[in-house]
Design a protein around this ligand. Structure first.
Ligand code: NAD
Length: 391
């Protein structure tokens, strides 16, 4: 009998007995991470994990990066040289010269290199467990759905997509394929961020009363896809404003009940023909907490501040690659400095190896919540009306 991963009990028992006999040449990462992660197999798998050291350093899932742009090149690939539970196993690129360069630099075998047309053949590649989609925002949905259909777990960069309907289609495709979907929310594994989540959600300084959560920078090349509405879905709100939305949500631990928003007048209209230049918004939360936010492509700010009944805390910088820095009304926040991308990918892959459901706050459902809020912020700014939000 095959389970819904297409993996039979007999296959499983054969592999189990091979494991207990100490056969080390089996492709453990592949089957531990993808084929045996749910139901009765999940339970037995945890026994296997305990007895063989699966999930320990040395047992790594193979990740394929889709899109070898700036984030893959300068952040994810270097981080994958530091990870304990995953490794860079393959790439998907439309540029042959990049394929050659990456194969040499990272020792990637030719059979693990795909272009956008051959991508679906990744289904037959047992060396790749997880597909990480690092493309312009408008392309996320297509490649996440194709990766799920190919039977791979997926990590998708933020924002998960442009419209909520795409997010739902991505969630549905992964569910149907019995694969897990994570969003590239690297800060959820970052120690300073986890500390402010704790301070806010556990009301260490009393209930949060008001907040500022803002993320903005001055953008360079005005011809890049981030400035094109069809590819980016919008301007700084889609790109970095999403971090400010996240900050407000993870400090309060609540979902906003209403939003008002305002576009600033464009000071560089030639540059910002398709997307907003600067945008402000205000969330109200069920507890009565309020949060004021700014995002922009014309000048920078990176701050997460919470004023509570009995004190305050803040991170600044709060959302970039770090080191993040924080303090409270009682003194500095002291936390270890980590590589954000490495701890994020390790966190996701450790759960996959252990056969666990990913925590809600980094799944597709979380990505969908944010995309709904981003669209509500645009609606509020466009109409000038307060938008009531359903959780
Ligand atoms: P980028 O422009 O540097 O790279 C985009 C890649 O997509 C390039 O390799 C490009 O060749 C490829 N591509 C394929 N088809 C394309 C097309 N039709 N038009 C344009 N490019 C095309 O972008 P990036 O900075 O690497 O961002 C990629 C994704 O990663 C975005 O969704 C972005 O929001 C996200 N990102 C996340 C973080 C983070 O901290 N989590 C940081 C940066 C970027």
């Amino acid at each position: 009998m095959k389970n819904n991963t297409g993996f039979s009990r007999r296959d499983f028992l054969q592999r189990l007995s091979a494991l207990s006999a100490g056969v080390s040449s089996l492709p453990l990462a592949g089957y531990a991470g993808t084929e045996l992660y749910q139901g009765e197999y999940g339970r037995i798998q945890s026994l296997v994990n305990n007895s063989t050291g699966l999930g320990q350093p040395g047992r790594k899932l193979g990740i394929a990066l889709v899109g070898l742009g700036s984030y893959s090149t300068h952040r994810l690939a270097p981080a994958l040289q530091q990870t304990q539970y995953c490794r860079l196993a393959g790439v998907v690129t439309g540029t042959p010269s990049k394929a050659t360069e990456w194969m040499q630099k990272y020792n990637i075998p030719k059979e693990n290199v795909y272009d956008y047309k051959t991508f679906d053949r990744i289904a037959d590649n047992k060396d790749i467990d997880v597909v990480y989609v690092v493309l312009p925002n408008s392309m996320h949905a297509e490649y996440v759905i194709r990766a799920a259909k190919a039977g791979k777990h997926v990590i998708c960069e933020k924002p998960m997509a442009i419209m909520p309907k795409e997010c739902q289609d991505m969630i549905d495709a992964c569910k149907k394929a019995n694969r897990q979907l994570a969003v590239g929310y690297r800060l959820h594994y970052e120690p300073f961020t986890k500390e402010v989540m704790r301070l806010g959600q556990e009301k260490v300084f009393g209930p949060v009363k008001f907040m500022e959560s803002s993320d903005a920078f001055r953008i360079g090349d005005p011809t890049q896809w981030r400035m094109k509405k069809a590819m980016a879905g919008g301007g700084p709100l889609m790109d970095v404003g999403i971090y400010a939305v996240q900050g407000a949500r993870y400090v309060t631990g609540e979902e906003p009940i209403s939003v008002t928003a305002q576009f600033s007048p464009k000071t560089e209209p030639e540059k910002f023909k398709e997307v907003e230049e600067t945008l402000f918004w205000q969330f109200q939360f069920p507890s009565g907490a309020v949060c004021n936010s700014t995002t922009s492509y014309t000048a920078g700010v990176e701050r997460l501040y919470a004023s509570c009944q009995n004190g305050w805390f803040e991170l600044s910088p709060a959302f970039g690659y770090g080191p993040l820095k924080g303090r409270t009304s009682k003194g500095p926040i002291d936390q270890p400095v980590v590589n954000h991308q490495a701890v994020h990918m390790d966190g996701v892959c450790k759960d996959l190896i252990d056969g666990k459901q990913l925590p809600n706050h980094i799944t597709g459902e979380e990505g969908l919540r944010d995309v709904r809020l981003l669209q509500a912020i645009y609606r509020a700014a466009e109409t000038g009306r307060k938008i009531e939000l359903k959780s």
